[in-house]
Design a protein around this ligand. Structure first.
Ligand code: PEP
Length: 247
């Protein structure tokens, strides 16, 4: 399985900056055939990103950051699953911790969104992770088990991203051993072929140790994905590791 290196741009960048960043990272993507790169732009930029990748012959998976919990209709400002699909997204992040904590997304809402993935063929990337309090109270596995439970009965392809809430955008990363322990737990709860990404302050300096772990199949990267040199470095390094491993 090729490692997946995913850039979550969150609510950042103007269209001009998107184009500049794509230009700057395109060499690393083009020369890294042993990794699969995924870009999660704002919905506004799905089409321009798709267009850029087509024009440049870049093999990139395009992932929306969110979809509406409603079916198409009178929901001003919302964007539905079939809309993002029609603009080039093949994947969608579901349940990112910022959606859960800032926008109060619940497992029930995520279940509904999951059903739209099934209807449209979008591949969900379900984000799971414990807060610092959960970890301190030894509840990491039970919290994650509950977050994963919405996948029961979902028979399509999906990915999981383990992102400890205390590590997102904080500069604190789980040690490779800590991350591996949770990934092993997730792996045992999911089909064998499921891609399980790690996210939480991943950068060039720490990606190697994380990707060496047997149950970590790639990384979901926020802050560092906005810095061309960092993201290109992560893609190239992951590619070198994959080549050495012979994936
Ligand atoms: C994320 O947004 O999914 C993330 C992991 O962010 P950061 O890399 O900035 O911690």
């Amino acid at each position: 399985m090729k490692p997946v290196i995913a850039a979550n741009w969150k609510m950042n960048l103007t269209l001009t900056e998107v184009k500049e960043l794509l230009h700057e990272i395109s060499d690393a993507i083009r020369t890294s055939n042993d990794v699969s790169v995924m870009i999660c732009p704002s919905n506004n930029y799905l089409l321009p990103v798709q267009q850029f990748c087509m024009d440049q012959g870049l093999n990139v998976m395009i992932c929306a950051q969110n979809i509406s919990e409603y079916q198409p209709g009178a929901y001003t400002g919302d964007v539905s699953a079939n809309m993002v699909k029609s603009c080039g997204a093949t994947h969608v992040l579901l349940g990112h911790s910022e959606r859960r904590h800032v926008f109060n997304e619940t497992n029930d809402m995520l279940k509904t969104k999951l059903s739209y993935c099934k209807d449209t063929g979008l591949i969900p990337v379900l984000c799971v992770g414990e807060t610092l309090t959960d970890r301190e109270q030894d509840k990491t596995e039970s919290v994650i088990k509950q977050q994963l439970s919405i996948l029961s009965g979902f028979d399509g392809e999906f990915m999981v991203a383990y992102e400890p809430v205390w590590a997102i955008g904080t500069g604190k990363t789980a040690t490779p051993e800590m991350a591996q322990a949770v990934h092993e737990f997730i792996r045992n709860e999911c089909p064998e072929e499921c891609v399980v990404l790690y996210g939480g302050s991943v950068k060039k300096a720490n990606v190697e140790g994380l990707l060496q772990q047997s149950d970590i199949n790639g990384a979901l990267i926020g802050g560092a994905s906005l810095v061309a040199e960092e993201f290109s470095g992560i893609v190239s390094l992951s590619n070198q590791m994959a080549v050495k491993k012979g994936v």
